[in-house]
Design a protein around this ligand. Structure first.
Ligand code: NA7
Length: 886
């Protein structure tokens, strides 16, 4: 294999002070810059790459510390754009070392003759958008200038090392090294007293090797990190076999996966598995030595739910205790302050075992913070450590540092990027910034970047950008700029995604917390590589949504808007349903639709355990009705909620909303009795409502027998069931009971008018369609009866009704009639709380464990029920999710 060549044939700056004119200027000759240059050239653009280092490699040029390796398997951490390149290069190990990765990048640069357009040793000192010329003007360290139509930052996410932030570094008389700027010469540590500050990936990779050389190693740890053994060696035969059996298929699967490595999505959640099953899965992951595997393959809730996550964290801490002989050291090395995966976990070789060596000491900075660095070593507030060498493995000003710290970037109207990002990075898709025309970032903040296999994300970004430049050229546009609306929408979507995961619960470089004074917020896109790719594609298929394109002679196209308005998990559910290409539910006929629903429900998660589930029969209006009772695990008696399922008065039964009933039973600590009322078309209006009322009477009268608190009951329902709950409250008021202390109406049907905006805006595409609602209405109720308050409760008298929580979802045809009912109740003096779920669809709140962003909505519902019952609120401090409010 050829060794890395030093830039023997690099691009030369034009002499004589002339400005180099190119179509595209690129910063950085790492993974991204090299592929970008290759693609740009193939697409016919003139391009120059400006690189501060003396050779290609980017992060792999600078990070030469002992033990530096990739921690995505190398067969996945490779370019995939050229099958011939793939067969021309063989990796020697499962996780390649830094020198091998650098050789690979040199090999790629040579193979595609890239060096002739790269200017090495060139630092850009300023980049300014020239409004008149509609071009970027770059000045460089050597004094040469470049003028380019497009300016692309291929600067990587972890390129700007963070200053040590410790007093006295300059006073230290010994040697100082930074892992992120390790010297190119060999560093002699043998026989020396070495200090390593920092236990992120760089520290964890280098500590075992430094310990082998040093006379004594002292590790200064501020935050313990989770690390798992890499089990390095040859690429695992099973993964290699999969790749070789179908290279194109394997790569394509990676592109659509969550993390950019082709592992299937797990569906089983932790509480559906036994202890033994969970342990088996964990041991398998531990043995696999693969970060993406352990982060994605254990159980579906590990990255989104604190309880599911705590199980993994406990098991890893158990491994640490089993490896580290001194219990106090083991304890200090065990992370307790963040969920597993919320901070970047590490892959190690002998990391924990290194602390069993007699020449290694761990200093827990949480117990004795560093006071200063002195001429002879490091002083904590308890002790002094004299050392010969200090290694700073203290990390980077991640993601934004790489872009902002490089040089001032000035956009339209003289606005600087540092100003625009003062409160955190603002981007559209992590690719562009409003106000900075023709500026692109490869794997910028707001894209999956560091939460993914970078190789896959880089190729996706490069392809997307170059394809857009080609398309713009073909249609005569010369500038491209994100709109403010699109950018704000992306910020909202980013925040929605971040709510879904546990990343926001840790202070990490993902959130900017590692740099004092840096704005805080989850910077990478947490929604996954595949979903992100589909969004980027959607921007294009919707006519460059969110971009303003301009060209000569006033040509302009602006298709403004937000690309994602749904909650991220709702988007996935709806996309999945769309892919199934189901015929409209109403085309099955009533019985066919019921069968379909039963089959559909059988495939969903079963719902979490409750104390007891009891089936029984109660008298309806004029026939026995089945019911299913969910009892909390806590000692009774409990308040009772009478529940009516959804299904348009046509579908469903007392079991069909089981996960929702279980969830609310657990959260509220109340008995839920789900009633199997009779359905249309066999039993048309008013059978269902009379059944609902009769059932409520009977349950209230038999509360004590059912284990409930005697006295008032509450009613609840979803959709048509919420319609029955609302009507039951009116009937109970008018017919002398039973006493009802509160009503929970989730996406209720309240009126027979179909011209409210939500019926029009959400007529199709959100599962519950307008035409399905028409069908339900037709089967249930003749037009002549529809204004009867027993089916259109909005038309009834509303005074004197029990307090209500009315939940509505933004993308639901029924949204506006729910809101209208809440407002009318309030106007009639009824205490009403509204829950308007932004970005949700009709089924969001009841799809427990599928639509996770619905959790805090259900927390709110449970709290409302407890208030209705006169019970104190619960401590929801640990509820990890907040529903987005409108
Ligand atoms: P990281 O992961 O940011 O780790 C830096 C480490 O240095 C981390 O343990 C920090 O503790 C520690 N640190 C930072 N500043 C200080 C000061 N002032 N005093 C004591 N300790 C400090 O950087 P890496 O280079 O290891 O890895 C970066 C990424 O590269 C990695 O995640 C992979 O994606 C590849 P803290 O946790 O902030 O308390």
């Amino acid at each position: 294999m050829p060794d890395v060549m030093v830039a023997a044939s690099s691009s030369k700056a034009p002499s004589g002070g002339t400005t180099q004119q190119v179509d595209v200027a690129v910063v950085g000759a790492g993974f991204a810059g090299l592929y970008l240059l290759h693609r740009l050239r193939k697409a016919g653009f003139t391009a120059v790459v400006l690189e501060e280092a003396d050779d290609v490699g980017g992060t792999w040029y600078w990070n030469r510390y002992p033990g530096a390796r990739c921690d995505i398997q190398t067969i996945d951490y490779s370019y995939t754009f050229d099958p011939e390149l793939e067969s021309a290069w063989q990796w020697s190990e499962k996780y390649a070392t830094q020198p091998e990765i650098l050789r690979y990048l040199g090999f790629v640069a040579d193979r595609y003759d890239l060096r002739r357009d790269i200017r090495f040793g060139t630092k850009i000192t300023a980049a300014t958008w020239d409004e008149a010329a509609q071009r970027w003007r770059l000045t460089t360290s050597g004094g040469a200038t470049v003028s380019s139509r497009y300016y692309i930052m291929a600067t990587g996410c972890l390129s700007a090392p963070k200053p040590p932030e410790i007093d006295g570094v300059k006073d230290f008389a010994g040697e100082v090294y930074f892992t992120g700027r390790w010297p190119h010469r060999e560093v002699q540590l043998a026989g020396k007293r070495v200090a390593v500050i920092g236990t992120g990936s760089s520290g964890i990779q280098s500590i075992p090797l430094i310990a082998e050389q040093a006379a004594h190693l002292t590790v200064f740890q501020r935050t313990p990190n989770f690390a798992l053994p890499a089990h390095n060696g040859p690429a695992p035969a099973d993964r290699l076999g999969l790749l070789e059996a179908d290279r194109a298929g394997y790569r394509e699967q990676a592109r659509w996966s969550l993390a950019g490595v082709p592992w299937p999505q797990q569906t089983a959640v932790s509480w559906q598995l036994s202890d033994a099953e969970r342990r088996e899965r964990f041991e398998q992951a531990w043995a696999a030595g693969d970060l993406v595997y352990i982060l994605t393959q254990l159980w579906a809730d590990q990255a989104v739910d604190l309880d599911g996550n705590a199980i993994v964290a406990d098991l890893i801490r158990e491994k640490i205790r089993a490896t580290v002989e001194d219990p106090e050291t083991a304890d200090a090395l065990s992370p307790h302050d963040h969920p597993f995966g919320a901070k970047r976990p590490c892959l190690d070789t002998n990391y924990y075992a290194t602390f069993n060596r007699p020449n290694v000491t761990l200093v827990n900075l949480r117990q004795e913070p560093i006071k200063a660095i002195t001429a002879s070593g490091i002083k904590t507030d308890k002790r002094t450590f004299d050392v010969d060498v200090i290694v700073f493995a203290t990390g980077f000003d991640a993601m934004t540092g790489a872009i902002m710290a490089v040089h001032p970037i000035t956009g339209r109207g003289g606005k600087s990027l540092s100003e625009v990002w003062a409160n955190g990075p603002q981007t559209y898709l992590g690719l562009t910034v409003a106000g900075f025309p023709n500026l692109f970032m490869i794997t910028g903040p707001g894209s999956p970047s560091v939460l993914s296999n970078m190789a896959v994300s880089i190729e996706q970004h490069v392809d997307w950008v170059v394809d857009r430049l080609v398309a713009a050229k073909a249609s005569g546009f010369t500038t491209m700029e994100a709109t403010e609306t699109a950018q704000a929408g992306w910020a909202q979507h980013m925040a929605d995604c971040a709510t879904l995961t546990l990343h926001r619960l840790a202070n990490t470089w993902y959130t900017g917390a590692n740099v004092p004074g840096k704005a805080q917020g989850v910077m990478p896109y947490t929604g996954g590589v595949g979903p992100y790719r589909s969004i980027c594609n959607e921007v294009v298929s919707r006519g460059m949504l969110g971009f303003r394109l301009t060209g000569p002679d006033g040509a302009e196209q602006c298709n403004d808007g937000e690309v994602v308005r749904l909650q991220p998990d709702v988007r996935l559910v709806l996309n999945m349903l769309a892919e199934m290409q189901l015929p409209p539910l109403e085309s099955f006929g009533a019985q066919g639709a019921r069968n379909f629903l039963a089959e559909f429900n059988a495939a969903r998660p079963a719902g979490r355990p409750v104390g007891e589930v009891v089936d029984g029969t109660l008298p309806g209006a004029d026939a026995p009705l089945p019911y299913r009772l969910y009892r909390p695990a806590t000692p009774g008696p409990h308040p009772i909620v009478v529940y009516f399922h959804g299904g348009g008065w046509v579908l469903g039964d007392e079991q069909s909303d089981e996960p929702f009933c279980r969830d609310l039973c657990r959260r509220s600590g109340m008995i839920f009795v789900s009633v199997g009322y009779r359905h249309a078309p066999d039993h048309r209006f008013p059978t269902a409502v009379e059944d609902a009322y009769a059932a409520t009477r009977w349950i209230a009268a038999h509360a004590a027998e059912l284990g409930g608190t005697p006295g008032a009951v509450m009613v609840a329902g979803w959709s048509a069931g919420a319609n029955l709950a609302a009507v039951t409250c009116q009937l109970a008021r008018d017919r002398g009971g039973p006493p009802i202390s509160g009503q929970l109406l989730v996406c209720p049907v309240t009126d027979c008018t179909f011209d409210r905006p939500s019926y029009v805006d959400n007529a199709t595409g959100y599962f519950l369609t307008r035409s399905l609602m028409y069908w339900f209405w037709d089967l249930y109720c003749s037009p002549a009866d529809r204004t009867d308050p027993r089916v259109s409760p909005l038309r009834g008298k509303l005074e004197g009704l029990p307090p209500a929580l009315v939940a509505t979802c933004e993308f639901d045809p029924l949204r506006d009639e729910g809101v209208a009912y809440a407002e009318a109740l309030a106007a009639a003096g009824v205490p009403v709380e509204q829950l308007k779920a932004r970005g949700h669809f009709h089924s969001s709140l009841t799809m427990v464990d599928v639509v996770i962003t619905g959790v805090s909505g259900r927390v709110q519902m449970a709290e409302a029920l407890r208030r209705f019952a006169g019970l104190p609120g619960q401590d929801h401090q640990r509820a990890p999710h907040e529903i987005a409010a409108e």
